[in-house]
Design a binder for this molecule. Structure first.
Ligand SMILES: *[C@@H]1O[C@H](CO)[C@@H](O)[C@H](O)[C@H]1NC(C)=O
Ligand SMILES: *[C@@H]1O[C@H](CO)[C@@H](O)[C@H](O)[C@H]1NC(C)=O
Ligand SMILES: *[C@@H]1O[C@H](CO)[C@@H](O)[C@H](O)[C@H]1NC(C)=O
Ligand SMILES: *[C@@H]1O[C@H](CO)[C@@H](O)[C@H](O)[C@H]1NC(C)=O
Ligand SMILES: *[C@@H]1O[C@H](CO)[C@@H](O)[C@H](O)[C@H]1NC(C)=O
Ligand SMILES: *[C@@H]1O[C@H](CO)[C@@H](O)[C@H](O)[C@H]1NC(C)=O
Length: 313
């Protein structure tokens, strides 16, 4: 069980009290070529430990995607998403937003998760520093194209990538951010600066009870005031945590604030994949409408995987 609606900790605690085993996700990549490791890094004097994944069926530098975890920190869920992105040809790095002394994953007590999120959400300086530490680390990897970095996040991490976006211009190499069931949409700190060039996408459930109309309007105003390139997707018949396949499917009742929605999960994942291809200039954007444009171009890896490669448009 990786996350829960932050506004309803009591219901959350009761509903998911028994779910303490980390979920096993389907391995849909080639184990023969997936390289992974845990990577120590720091934010000031605080020890952090991220998770790195990439494929060795191709060599050379490539774009990177940083994944910011939901409220229980790094668990199988984030490592799974990282492996999926690695198999698509990217360098994937799961950021550590807590620290090495926090027991991250499904065993982290609900009360501790809420307290931890509160520490960051209430102090935008602390939060931005911690988020930026991962970007700084990723830019040191030889295999990363340092001007082609994207950040995605889930729930607390989705709110996190919006906070990271607001740290521009202190975000070298970062092209954009995407938040899934992201919250909060607003910040306790300074808003996005005018002219912020980052691409922003939010993939939220239209029925997520944690997202108020007021929040959405505040976010919309912030994006417009900064003249950003942004999108807010509100997936229908979809509540919070809709990308976590271990969650029961939403029954449509108000008593369920979380629920998996397979079609919204897939649609948002495709949206992200397209966004990454566009942002990293891996599409044939001269003419994306032709079948040949396809609009994605692949090369074949040494073990037969289809890997992305840049198309000179
Ligand atoms: C790629 O990585 C896998 C998994 O770590 C390893 O077993 C394999 O030998 C590596 N292949 C190459 C060509 O480096
Ligand atoms: C990391 O790689 C090892 C060795 O290939 C594999 O056994 C393990 O499942 C991988 N970890 C994750 C989280 O995918
Ligand atoms: C690690 O995080 C916990 C919870 O926020 C905090 O109490 C502790 O001081 C942190 N450790 C370091 C070294 O920052
Ligand atoms: C916010 O975090 C910064 C950086 O960690 C720290 O220096 C500052 O004292 C914190 N502010 C408050 C009000 O706790
Ligand atoms: C807003 O951004 C667009 C590009 O997305 C640009 O053409 C326009 O000049 C910008 N407007 C202002 C006021 O900066
Ligand atoms: C990209 O689009 C241009 C213009 O339509 C076309 O000439 C070129 O062949 C396309 N390249 C690929 C790889 O599809």
């Amino acid at each position: 069980m990786a996350e829960m609606l932050h506004l309803l900790p009591v219901i959350a605690a009761v509903f998911f009290a028994q779910a303490y085993a980390d979920y096993t996700y389907p391995a849909v990549w080639s184990a023969a070529t997936l390289v992974n490791s845990t990577v120590p890094y720091m934010d000031g004097k605080t020890d952090l430990k991220g998770y790195l994944a990439y494929t060795n069926s191709t060599g050379g530098p490539r774009p990177a995607v940083i994944i910011y975890p939901d409220w229980d920190g790094i668990s199988n869920y984030e490592r799974w998403r990282a492996n999926l992105l690695a198999a698509q040809g990217y360098i994937a790095f799961v950021a550590d937003v807590y620290n090495t002394s926090v027991q991250q994953g499904p065993t982290l007590p609900i009360a501790a998760r809420s307290a931890l999120m509160g520490e960051y959400r209430s102090n935008s300086t602390k939060w931005r520093n911690r988020l930026l530490a991962a970007l700084t680390k990723v830019r040191t990897f030889d295999l990363v194209q340092k001007d082609k970095i994207f950040a995605i996040g889930y729930c607390f991490g989705g709110g996190g990538v919006l906070e990271l976006m607001r740290a521009w211009p202190s975000t070298p190499g970062l092209l954009g951010v995407a938040g899934f069931h992201a919250g909060p949409l607003t910040t306790a700190g300074p808003k996005a600066l005018a002219g912020n060039p980052l691409q922003v996408q939010v993939y939220n459930g239209a029925d997520d009870p944690g997202i108020t109309t007021e929040n959405r309007l505040a976010f919309t105003s912030e994006m417009r005031a900064a003249n950003m390139t942004w999108n807010y997707y509100a997936y229908g018949h979809t509540v919070h945590a809709f990308t976590l396949m271990e969650n029961p499917i939403w029954d449509g009742s108000k008593s369920m604030s979380n629920g998996y929605n397979p079609s919204s999960d897939k649609a948002s994942w495709w949206a992200l994949r397209g966004l990454l291809l566009e942002s990293f200039s891996l599409t044939n954007s001269t003419n994306p409408y032709t079948a040949a444009g396809g609009a994605y171009d692949y090369q074949t890896g040494i073990n037969g995987e289809r890997l992305l490669s840049a198309v000179a448009a």
